[in-house]
Design a protein around this ligand. Structure first.
Ligand code: ADP
Length: 480
C-alpha cells in the first residue's frame, strides 16, 4: 500500500513533471523536424524530377508529331530517343494513337494492346497530366501528341505519350535520410532523458533543502529561521514561514507567561492562608478573638482565590471561537439599567455618582451573559478606580448599524504608557492598589474578548488624574 502511495506521490511530484516536460521538449521537436525534412525532400525531389521529365517528354512529343511517328512507328531516330528517355530515367515510355492502341512500348510488353485510363483520356482533351503514386513509387506523365490545324488554328490531338518513371532513387534517399534522423533522434532522446533527470533533481533540490531545514527547526536542531535563497519563490516562502514561526513564538511566550502569571496569582492567596494558619498553630492558647480575626482573613483569601478562578473560567470561555456565542435579540437599555442597579450599592459605598443616559431605545443581537460581563467590568472599573465624590456617566446611543456605549469617569486615569497594556491578562497599573480593591487584572481582557466576539470594537482615552473614557461599538445585527 505504501509502495503504491510512493508511486502516486512520485507522479504527483514536481520532479516527475519536470522530467516529463524536459523529455517531451527534447524529443518532440526532433520527431517533427525529421518528418518535416523527409516530407519536404520528397515533395521537392518529386517536383524537380517531374518537371525535368515533362520538358523532355514535351520535346519528344513534338518530334513524334513532326516525324509523323504515329503512322511510321519504325522510325529509328524516334525509337532511339524513346529508348534513351526510358533508360535515363529508369522508366517506361508508351506512345498511344487516337484509337487507344499502344504503338510503342519501350518495355515491349504491351505493344499493339489497347489502353484506356483516366489520364490517357484526359490527355486526349489536350491536358498534360502529372501523377505521383507514393505507395507504388512512381511518377506518371501523359502528354498529348498534338499539332495545330492550319485552317482553324485549333489543335488536333493525334495520340498520347505516357511516361512512367520509378521514384526508387528518391525513396532510397528518403530512407537514408530517415535512418540518419533516427540515429540523431535516438542520441537526442538519450541526452534529453539524461539531462531531464539531472536538471529536475537540481531544480527540485532547494525544496528538499527547505523541507530538511523545516524538519531541523521542528526538532530544534536547526537555526531559528528558514533561509533558502535559491529562487525568488523559496525566498518568499521562507519569509512567510519565518513570519509564522515568529507569531508562533510570540504565542508560545505569551502562553508561558500566562501560565506563570496564573500560578503566581493563585499562589498568593494560598501563601497568605498558610501564613495565617501557621501563626495560629504556632501560638499556644491563642485567644478566640484572634482565631476569629484570622479565620475572617482566611475567608477573604478564599473569596479572592474563587474570584480569580471564576475570572479565569470566564476568560477561557471568551477565548473560544465565536461559534460559542449564544446570540439573542436584547433590549440594551434594560440590560444596562439592570447592570447599574446591581452596581449602585458599590457606587454608593464609594460615594460615586452613577448616571445612565440613553439617547434612544436600542435592541441588538448579543450574548446576554458575555455582554453583561463586559459592560459590568467597564462600569465597575470606572467606580473602583474613582475618587470619593466622583462620577461615572454611562451613555447609550445607536445608528442604523451599531450601538455605542460610552463609560466615562472622573477617576484616577491611566498613565499613557500603560494604555497599550491594560487589555493584557493580569496587567494592573498599580498592583497593590488593584489587589486592595479586589482586582484580578483579568477584567479588561474578558471585556475586550467579549466585544471582539460580537464583531465590535473598544477604545480607551484617559488622562492621569482626570478620568477615563471607554468607547464600545457593537453591531446591531450579529452576522456569523
Ligand atoms: P482589575 O481586575 O485589576 O481591575 P482590569 O483588567 O479590569 O483589572 O483592569 C486592568 C487595569 O487597568 C487596572 O488594574 C487599572 O489599573 C486600570 N484601569 C481599568 N479601568 C480603569 C479606569 N476606569 N480608570 C483607571 N484605571 C483603570
Amino acid at each position: 500500500m505504501s509502495r503504491f502511495k510512493n508511486v502516486i506521490n512520485f507522479f504527483k511530484s514536481l520532479k516527475f513533471r519536470l522530467i516529463l516536460f524536459l523529455i517531451l521538449f527534447g524529443i518532440v521537436p526532433g520527431i517533427v523536424l525529421k518528418v518535416g525534412i523527409v516530407k519536404t525532400y520528397e515533395d521537392r525531389s518529386v517536383s524537380i524530377k517531374t518537371s525535368e521529365i515533362l520538358s523532355q517528354a514535351k520535346i519528344l512529343a513534338n518530334q513524334i508529331v513532326s516525324n509523323d511517328y504515329l503512322n511510321y512507328p519504325n522510325s529509328t531516330i524516334i525509337n532511339a530517343e524513346l529508348d534513351q528517355l526510358s533508360n535515363i530515367y529508369d522508366g517506361r515510355v508508351m506512345v498511344i494513337d487516337n484509337e487507344f492502341h499502344i504503338i510503342k512500348d519501350t518495355y515491349d510488353l504491351d505493344t499493339n494492346k489497347t489502353i484506356i485510363s483516366k489520364e490517357v483520356i484526359e490527355s486526349y482533351y489536350g491536358q498534360e497530366i502529372k501523377k505521383y503514386d507514393a505507395e507504388n513509387r512512381y511518377i506518371e506523365l501523359t502528354v498529348p501528341l498534338s499539332r495545330p490545324v492550319e485552317q482553324t488554328g485549333a489543335t488536333e490531338v493525334l495520340g498520347v505519350m505516357l511516361v512512367s518513371v520509378s521514384t526508387d532513387s528518391i525513396n532510397l534517399n528518403m530512407e537514408y535520410l530517415a535512418r540518419n534522423a533516427y540515429v540523431i533522434q535516438l542520441i537526442c532522446a538519450v541526452a534529453a532523458v539524461f539531462l531531464a533527470v539531472i536538471l529536475s533533481i537540481q531544480l527540485v533540490k532547494p525544496f528538499h533543502k527547505m523541507s530538511k531545514s523545516i524538519d531541523e527547526i521542528k526538532t530544534g536542531y536547526g537555526e531559528d529561521a528558514l533561509s533558502v535563497n535559491d529562487y525568488t519563490e523559496t525566498i518568499e516562502i521562507c519569509k512567510k514561514f519565518n513570519e509564522m514561526l515568529g507569531r508562533m513564538k510570540v504565542l508560545d511566550d505569551s502562553r508561558q507567561e500566562f501560565v506563570s502569571n496564573v500560578s503566581h496569582e493563585l499562589k498568593t492567596p494560598l501563601t497568605s492562608m498558610k501564613v495565617l494558619a501557621d501563626s495560629l498553630n504556632s501560638m499556644e492558647d491563642a485567644p478566640i478573638e484572634l482565631y476569629k480575626e484570622f479565620m475572617g482573613d482566611i475567608g477573604n483569601e478564599i473569596d479572592r482565590e474563587t474570584k480569580i478562578i471564576n475570572d479565569l473560567l470566564s476568560l477561557v470561555k471568551m477565548d473560544k471561537s465565536a461559534a460559542d456565542l449564544n446570540v439573542t435579540n436584547m433590549n440594551i437599555n434594560e440590560l444596562l439599567e439592570q447592570i447599574l442597579k446591581r452596581l449602585n450599592p458599590i457606587a454608593e459605598k464609594q460615594n460615586v455618582e452613577l448616571v445612565l443616559e440613553s439617547f434612544r431605545p436600542v435592541s441588538a443581537d448579543v450574548d446576554e451573559v458575555k455582554i453583561t460581563l463586559a459592560f459590568t467590568n467597564l462600569i465597575e472599573n470606572a467606580i473602583k478606580y474613582n475618587k470619593p465624590g466622583g462620577w461615572v456617566h454611562v451613555t447609550l446611543n445607536a445608528d442604523h448599524q451599531y450601538f455605542y456605549l460610552k463609560v466615562e469617569d472622573s477617576g484616577i486615569g491611566i498613565p499613557e504608557d500603560s494604555l497599550e497594556h491594560i487589555y493584557e491578562r493580569f496587567y494592573r497599573v498599580d498592583k497593590s492598589h488593584s489587589r486592595e480593591i479586589g482586582g484580578t487584572g483579568l477584567g479588561l481582557a474578558i471585556t475586550r474578548n467579549a466585544v471582539l466576539m460580537h464583531r465590535g470594537a473598544i477604545k480607551v482615552f484617559s488622562t492621569e488624574g482626570e478620568g477615563t473614557i471607554f468607547n464600545v461599538r457593537i453591531p446591531l445585527n450579529y452576522i456569523a
